[in-house]
Design a protein around this ligand. Structure first.
Ligand code: TUI
Length: 313
């Protein structure tokens, strides 16, 4: 079954659940434009999540999802809210949804883990996941080590459930490439940061617009938590400390509160501007509607023009 039929959405596009950013009006704008808007619950209390679900529901009658960042401490409470509020689609990241699968299944909730490797994709399929998002290291935020070009076809060959491609996709060419590699849909994060409806400080959006293909780097490998973000003075300091084998405590002193500093205060020099390598392709701020319709119109054209390869007989 296609992912659009499975979820009742028009376009096979998910909006990345960026912590503290994937909120209304971005989420309801994506769902109203025909994609799957996803609330990023990372860092939220149960009451705050309930409030956000009700706000999104008041702004769209289309399907939307909630993402659970499984390294958070209050997942059982958030699962309770998701069940009580009648949310029917959950995506997960940064850990295993195993402890909650029975609750999801009993309540008819579709579960779509975001995964960084074939091994974890197979583990999620065995757990009963309805689909997986195969996210390459090009993505922003918490990433694995495998590129989308390499990860996507291997996951598509390894599992029988639908695979969504993520990491480095920001235009119709990326959509066409993901489908060529075996995906039935795409998840896009960075490109949604360059939209009118994205609720971040304007400085955050400008940092994404000004960035190019070499503007991001991965920090946190030394403490087992690799995170891709745009290079700035805080990142340079963090990398220097990592090279000097600083402790987790010393590193967390720099990174604590850095997401909020960038997202809400617009401090893109000392804050954490999580974004993917495709930021160099995001050069103007558009509405969500313009972005989604434009991407799929372009993808249609690319797939029609691919035609036959010019192989010399
Ligand atoms: O062991 C198992 O069964 C499952 O293990 C897993 C291990 C890793 C993953 C994984 C890796 N990446 C993803 C999906 N992507 C993400 O989760 N991306 C994220 N970006 C930002 C996040 S929040 C944050 C805030 C500040 C610092 C670090 N992270 S989470 N899932 C999924 C499952």
């Amino acid at each position: 079954m296609s992912i659009t039929k499975l979820l009742g959405i028009k376009y096979p596009i998910f909006q990345g659940a960026m912590a503290q950013i994937a909120l209304d009006p971005l989420v309801s704008a994506v769902s109203n434009a025909g994609g799957l808007g996803i609330i990023g619950s990372g860092g939220m209390s149960a009451d705050r999540l309930r409030e956000e679900i009700r706000k999104v529901r008041s702004n769209t009658d289309k399907p939307f999802a909630v993402n659970l960042m499984l390294m958070m401490h209050n997942i059982p409470e958030l699962v309770q809210v998701i069940v009580e509020e009648g949310v029917k689609i959950v995506t997960t990241g940064a850990g295993t949804p195993a402890p909650y699968m029975q609750t999801f299944k009993e309540n008819g909730i579709k579960v779509i883990p975001v995964i960084p490797s074939v091994k974890i994709a197979k583990k999620m399929e065995a757990l009963g996941a309805d689909a997986v998002v195969a996210e390459g290291t090009e993505a922003g935020g918490h990433v694995g080590e495998t590129t989308t070009m390499a990860l996507l076809p291997q996951v598509a060959s390894a599992v029988s459930i639908p695979v969504i491609g993520a990491g480095g996709i920001a235009d119709g060419r990326g959509i066409a490439a993901a489908f060529a590699l075996g995906a039935q849909g795409v998840q896009v994060g960075t490109r949604f940061l360059a939209t009118v409806e994205c609720p971040t400080h304007e400085n955050f959006k400008q940092a994404v617009i000004q960035a190019d293909d070499t503007s991001t780097t991965v920090t946190g490998r030394s403490i087992g938590g690799p995170v891709r973000s745009i290079k700035n003075s805080m990142i340079a300091e963090y990398l220097k400390l990592e090279n000097e084998h600083a402790s987790r405590e010393e590193l967390e002193k720099i990174s604590l509160g850095s997401l909020r500093r960038a997202v809400f205060e617009g401090d893109t020099d000392r804050g954490s501007v999580m974004a993917g390598q495709i930021c160099g392709l995001c050069n103007e701020i558009t509405t969500v509607e313009e972005m989604i319709t434009g991407m799929f119109a372009e993808a249609q054209k690319v797939m029609e023009n691919l035609g036959k390869l010019s192989i010399v007989e």
